[in-house]
Design a protein. Structure first.
Length: 78
């Protein structure tokens, strides 16, 4: 699984844990709803600035955001 998909899944999981819609998250993060949808679907390359906006809107630190089993598996072989 590529990193765009991993990040998208992580955002979706955190958003659903907060019982937030994509529209709610987009509003809180000052981003467009269609942008959130495309990131969650692994279709868009999200910047670190926008990851920070999303994590703040979800009430998690960047450390908590990336502290997930999906990011532990190094699929690049490095």
């Amino acid at each position: 699984m590529d990193i765009k998909s991993k990040i998208g899944i992580r955002i979706r999981n955190l958003r659903e844990q907060q019982n937030m819609s994509q529209k709610d998250l987009a509003f809180s993060a000052d981003l467009d709803r269609s942008y959130i949808a495309s990131v969650e679907n692994g279709q868009r390359n999200i910047s670190i600035v926008n990851i920070e906006k999303v994590s703040i809107a979800l009430g998690v630190t960047l450390q908590e955001f990336f502290n997930n089993d999906k990011f532990d598996n190094d699929s690049t072989g490095s």
